[in-house]
Design a protein. Structure first.
Length: 581
């Protein structure tokens, strides 16, 4: 084996790792948000959790990605530590799917069908298809699909390059003797751990081991500890991701490590003890692509079957290792940087918290409106606290979405970030108007003021209209419903008309001495705040409609939905009748 063969092995490893990265990133962009919703609604059944974790990992081709996703959910308080255990075990099983895919390298034959199944048959075809899609399609979903295809083609090409470069070592006794050294279980585990520490991927490490197996020097006895060491090393990515997270999130990484470490100790100990007694013939069996894939999958399934019933023991052990402190570090559980590696997932988290922000803003409005007639200090304090929380959400979400924007995200995600950034500003302003209304209520109470019965009626009509537009807007945002969004603008027009009418009636009452000047100023402030709340609701609805139509000119859009639109006129007349004074 000369220096150029070494270059070819190194190049093959590089292409293999690059192909895995390209393919994994593209899958993550397309599937991250969907899997997030599935994981959030995870069933309590441990067996179903294992199956779900295995299925997701088999699709995204990365146990680390699934584990880090789960880590983020536990850190953010979405998922309990106990619920995460089945998913972690399933992720460990799912990651073995890559080994079976790479086993295509072992297929050989002369028929057209068998040739097509070999990498030399399908890799050029996949590379051609993927390249044409990237060159001639501007659709980002198709571009991601093309990247998945090309990533897989590059991965398989890298694997073939390693295999071809290593084939000359088939007859080398020196190389076989080196591989036999790994039959020592401790040395084998350390080598497997080291390979994965460098590649940062158990799938990549298994692929490298499969490529080396073409030399015929890998026996079951040497492959077994290496495979187990590879799985322990794979947890390094999760451990590094947990640094800086909550102690509960660190326990997720700890459980992942314990799962593989305890499984390795059990399997190696039992096998070596029994082998010393019975001398299994399989120990000296030569391993190939398929047998290594079988060993990897079998090991994962076996330790899952053994340890799943003891999941609470693993959880208790993780709590002993990572002990709770009397004063645990208070960490903002709003958003987690762990999600940034999957932008679609991070944006979905932002959307969830924006919904929470919207509901807090609505609650503050309802409390402040009720306080106009029934003021108390407790409600005043609560509105102030809600406003502080909404401000905090706006700051955190804004900063977090700027971080997302620095990543390479597709157009759809970019539009969603833009919409959310606009909406959080409007929700924050709605909460500010709640404070304005509450301060007016406080002034009414402190100065012992009162409105006339007619003024109260007028104010109640305005309050009812604003409460309805808030309900529609928040439901519209939560469901991302364009149909519901179309209901907002007609009602906002009615609120504008109400403002003009109520102020005109208010001036008449002042002229007839039916209302005091001080109470009149407060009445005017309340009406103005209500009208501005409706304006912000209109903004939010328009952002939703615009993005659905890929139209970013707000003024042009408003003209289109108002002028000559029969549905708009119908809804406008309906609200006008409902809130007539």
């Amino acid at each position: 084996m000369d220096i150029f063969s070494i270059f070819k092995v190194a190049g093959g490893i590089g292409l293999f790792l690059y192909g895995m990265k390209v393919m994994g990133n593209a899958i993550g962009r397309q599937a991250g948000g969907k899997f997030k919703k599935i994981l959030e609604n995870i069933t309590a059944s441990p067996v179903r959790s294992v199956l779900l974790g295995a299925g997701i990992t088999a699709i995204i081709q990365s146990s680390a990605a699934t584990s880090v996703m789960v880590l983020g959910f536990v850190n953010s308080g979405i998922m309990s530590l106990e619920s995460s255990i089945g998913l972690i075990m399933g992720a460990n099983i799912g990651t073995t799917a890559t080994g079976w895919i790479l086993s295509l390298n072992s297929i050989s034959g002369t028929s057209f069908f068998l040739k097509l199944l070999t990498p030399n048959g399908f890799v050029p075809l996949l590379a051609c298809i993927g390249s044409f899609i990237i060159l001639f399609s501007k659709n980002e979903k198709k571009q991601d699909i093309a990247k998945i295809i090309i990533g897989f083609a590059v991965l398989m090409y890298g694997m073939t390059s390693m295999q071809d470069a290593l084939k000359p070592l088939t007859g080398s006794e020196e190389f076989k003797n080196i591989l036999l050294m790994f039959s020592n279980p401790i040395l084998g585990v350390l080598v497997g751990f080291a390979i994965t520490a460098v590649t940062q991927s158990s799938s990549a490490s298994i692929g490298i081991l499969q490529a080396i197996s073409v030399t015929g020097g890998i026996t079951f006895l040497s492959a077994m500890p290496i495979v187990m060491g590879i799985n322990i090393g794979a947890v390094l990515v999760v451990i590094l991701a947990s640094l800086g997270s909550s102690r509960e999130a660190k326990r997720v990484a700890c459980i992942d490590f314990l799962f593989n470490l305890i499984g390795t100790i059990i399997c190696l100990s039992v096998y070596w003890i029994l082998n010393s007694i019975f001398e299994f013939k399989i120990s000296n069996a030569i391993m190939g692509y398929v047998s290594i894939a079988m060993l990897h999958t079998g090991f994962k399934i076996l330790i899952t079957v053994i340890l799943l019933p003891f999941r609470r023991f693993l959880m208790a052990l993780s709590k002993i290792i990572i002990r709770p402190t009397k004063e645990e570090t208070k960490r903002e559980k709003l958003l987690d940087d762990l999600f940034l590696s999957t932008p679609t997932l991070a944006i979905s988290r932002c959307r969830d918290f924006t919904v929470e922000m919207a509901k807090m803003a609505k609650k503050s409005i309802l409390l402040s409106m009720d306080s106009v007639y029934n003021y108390n200090q407790q409600d005043f304090n609560e509105v102030m606290e809600l406003e502080d929380k909404v401000d905090n959400y706006e700051d955190k979400l804004g900063s977090y979405m700027l971080k997302i924007s620095t990543n390479r995200i597709n157009t759809e995600d970019s539009h969603e970030v833009s919409r959310l950034l606009h909406c959080i500003g409007d929700f924050e302003r709605i909460a500010d108007h709640a404070v304005n209304i509450m301060q007016s209520a406080q002034e009414i109470s402190e100065k012992n003021l009162s409105f006339s019965d007619v003024a109260k009626h007028d104010l109640n009509v305005m309050f009812s209209a604003v409460k309805e537009i808030l309900d529609i807007t928040i439901n519209t945002f939560e469901k991302n419903s364009v149909e519901d969004a179309l209901m907002v603008e007609p009602l906002e027009e009615v609120v504008d008309l109400l403002k003009v009418s109520l102020k005109s009636r208010h001036i008449t009452r002042l002229q007839q001495n039916e209302c005091s000047i001080v109470a009149g100023f407060i009445f005017s402030d309340l009406i103005t705040s209500c009208e501005r709340i409706a304006d912000h609701c209109s903004n939010i609805a328009v952002y939703i409609i615009e993005l659905s139509e890929e139209n970013f000119d707000i003024h042009t859009h408003l003209k289109l939905i108002k002028n000559g639109n029969p549905k708009f006129n119908e809804r406008y007349n309906m609200y006008l009748k409902k809130y007539q004074i």
